[in-house]
Design a binder for this molecule. Structure first.
Ligand SMILES: NC(=O)c1ccc[n+]([C@@H]2O[C@H](COP(=O)([O-])OP(=O)(O)OC[C@H]3O[C@@H](n4cnc5c(N)ncnc54)[C@H](O)[C@@H]3O)[C@@H](O)[C@H]2O)c1
Ligand SMILES: [Zn+2]
Length: 356
């Protein structure tokens, strides 16, 4: 159940009690989001319910097994039982981490996702993937744990740093590329409105959030466990995750995915899968949103290729990519939505990305 309404944060307690009633509630958030919205979220539970807030430092570097165990230990020490609902209040980092805590705590308690970044609203909070990073790569340990509800309040986007807002646009553009050309064109058209002052409060932002959630839910609804069509959501993420890890998380996830989509759409043209011009349209859309499209010079292409092999999307000896045929259509409908690509092709494409 996705509940999206301006002001929904102040009714959070009601939404949570309706979707996942429990004896105790625990809000997991990061320091930045907690300072901005923690009290409002807790106050929405006014009445007899016990609500506690657990806070972690912000940032991707916190999405680890260590943080997972620290949060779990705090809950055990406070004697939370099975009759507990976890509320993930924050961006994708908090959502993935708190979701994984909930997935494993006493073999699983409900989680309600309350995404506070654009990226988390339109992507990370939808679809039930939770997990943590390891030194070998992103999201390598985790669980499918669909939320009991997702509560989206676009008003909280007003406090987002512009770079974080732009990073969220990368996943909206991805949704257009993988599923809907008309949506892609609408996204590109409204980018200046969304990024202008006040854009986060605009009806256009509400439509973008609803549109992207609809696309992601439709795909996940056909293939919850990523046996087939859900793989198309990984467009841009095989190279993107490698670049993100190699940047030491200096790049935001959405920024790394922007670079990854640029590279993978060029790769799609190089291997003859994508119609010529597809990569240019992808790159222009990302540039219009102020997103990076070139790999930072400190990252070696050979390291990127090597890290794609550590990616969990690997199957046997070949690396499979989710590649576009054109804007709005993905390749590989007859081959499980994945296209096996030789490293040499990837390497040649990366050399072009550095030059672009
Ligand atoms: N589970 C999935 O399906 C899925 C999908 C896409 C991405 N992800 C994951 O999501 C993560 C990226 O998420 P993200 O981009 O939201 O990053 P994030 O959670 O690190 O948030 C970015 C920054 O914004 C701050 N912030 C969050 N909300 C704010 C607000 N309303 N006002 C002011 N500051 C705010 C945070 O404190 C943080 O510093 C990655 O770990 C990625 O792997 C998961
Ligand atoms: Zn992503």
């Amino acid at each position: 159940v996705v509940l999206a309404a301006p002001g929904a944060l102040d009714a959070l307690g009601d939404h949570v009690r309706a979707a996942a009633p429990a004896y105790r509630y625990v809000i997991i958030t990061d320091e930045t989001v907690g300072a901005l919205y923690g009290q409002r979220a807790a106050a929405s539970f006014a009445g007899t319910d016990t609500v506690e807030i657990l806070t972690i430092p912000p940032g991707e570097s916190m999405k680890t097994r260590d943080t997972w165990s620290a949060l779990t230990d705090q809950m055990l020490a406070a004697q939370y039982g099975r009759d507990t609902t976890v509320i993930a209040l924050g961006g994708g980092v908090v959502g993935d981490l708190a979701g994984f805590v909930a997935a494993t705590y006493m073999r699983g308690v409900p989680v309600v996702q309350v995404p506070t970044t654009l990226l988390a609203m339109i992507d990370a909070a939808i679809g039930g993937k939770t997990g943590v990073d390891t030194p070998r790569g992103k999201n390598l340990v985790g669980a499918f744990h669909p939320p009991a509800a997702v509560v989206v309040d676009q008003m909280v986007l007003a406090s987002l740093p512009l770079a974080v807002l732009k990073a969220g646009m990368a996943e909206a553009i991805k949704h257009g590329v993988i599923a809907d050309e008309a949506y892609f064109d609408r996204c590109v058209a409204v980018i200046p409105t969304l990024l202008a002052p006040g854009g986060t409060h605009s009806p256009a932002m509400g439509r973008l959030i609803a549109g992207s959630i609809g696309i992601k839910e439709h795909i996940v609804g056909q293939d919850a466990r990523e046996g087939g069509v859900r793989k198309i959501l990984n467009f841009g993420h095989t190279i993107g995750h490698a670049v993100e890890t190699l940047s030491g998380y200096a790049l935001l996830h959405g920024e790394a995915v922007a670079i990854g989509m640029t590279a993978e759409s060029m790769l799609a043209e190089r291997v003859g899968v994508a119609a010529p011009g597809t990569a240019t349209r992808v790159r222009n859309a990302l540039t219009r949103a102020g997103l990076p499209v070139a790999i930072p010079s400190g990252i070696a292409p050979s390291d990127v290729v090597a890290l794609t092999h550590g990616d969990k999307k690997r199957r046997g000896a070949t690396i499979e990519y989710a590649l576009p045929r054109a804007i709005g259509t993905m390749a590989g409908a007859d081959s499980g939505w994945a296209v096996a690509v030789d490293d040499k092709m990837v390497r040649a494409t990366l050399d072009d990305v550095y030059r672009s």
